[in-house]
Design a protein around this ligand. Structure first.
Ligand code: ADP
Ligand code: MG
Length: 248
């Protein structure tokens, strides 16, 4: 005896195939119209479920990432960037550095596209199935300092510690006191060899010591950050300055 479509949908749901359940009437209609074989029909059902799940998981990962805005690699104009070739950009986009847990450090003065490129690579990583999180340095320090008593900070730091790629934007833009430098060191130590980092900064690593204060901590942090790293110096004239809208 054949069951009603509603009953079949209920069985699908019990089997945790919610996406296929809601699509079932449409798939049945298509199967009849196009005279799918049994094999084709089964294939269409499972592929639909998998595709929808992947879409949802990508959306979830995009939310989790907390990008301040969205910029893509395609929107990144290389014509003014002598420091980065198309081939290098393609290599970065392929994400083998992330699979091998390399860090990226993007250096250069304000406006050269460090944050843009970091976000764009973060989005690529999400497309490839990785978990990514973006955090500005100032916010990260606040999170670390309030971790013990703020639930929200705990949640966000747990996310950071569970990601495959952590983007820390504007690293070392301000001096840190001893406690802040210590907290930062412990985080880096924890993330070390668990995930990849993209760090953006307008100060080069040899200047970071001044801002971290303590020589011991500086050496320990640099040791971990620079162990497996690709440093990209983006020193061209500011894109923002060149393309700014002027009134005159
Ligand atoms: P930085 O983080 O280095 O200070 P941003 O990434 O914030 O610079 O870039 C400033 C603005 O200029 C952003 O709107 C960014 O999209 C744009 N921009 C910078 N460099 C490029 C580039 N090479 N191609 C396209 N847009 C760029
Ligand atoms: Mg920036």
């Amino acid at each position: 005896m054949s069951e009603s479509i509603e009953n079949l949908q209920e069985y699908f749901k019990q089997l945790r195939l919610a996406e296929a359940a809601s699509e079932l009437p449409k798939l049945l209609r298509k199967a009849e119209q196009a005279s799918w074989t049994y094999r084709e029909f089964v294939q269409e059902i499972v592929q639909f479920e998998l595709l929808k799940r992947e879409e949802k998981s990508r959306e979830k990962r995009m939310k989790w990432a907390k990008f301040p805005y969205l910029k893509t690699v395609n929107e990144f104009d290389l014509s003014d960037q002598t420091s980065l070739s198309q081939r290098q950009l393609n290599q970065l986009e392929e994400m083998s550095w992330l699979e091998q847990q390399y860090n990226l450090i993007l250096l250069g003065p304000p406006g050269v596209g460090k944050t843009h490129l970091a976000i764009a690579l973060g989005i690529e990583a999400i497309q490839k199935g990785f978990q990514v999180v973006f955090v500005p340095m100032g916010e990260l320090i606040t999170l670390l300092k309030t971790r013990e008593y703020t639930r929200k900070s705990q949640v966000q730091l747990n996310r950071i510690e569970a990601s495959d790629l952590v983007i820390i934007d504007d690293l070392m833009y301000m001096a840190m006191d001893q406690r802040e430098a210590n907290l930062f060191f412990h985080l880096i130590n924890h993330l070390y060899e668990r995930c990849s980092l993209i760090l953006t900064s307008n100060k080069s690593p040899d200047q970071w010591g001044e801002l971290l204060g303590d020589d011991g901590i500086t050496t320990a942090i640099l040791d971990r950050l620079l162990h497996r790293v690709e440093i990209i110096q983006m020193n061209e004239d500011s894109y923002r300055m060149k393309h700014r809208q002027t009134m005159f």
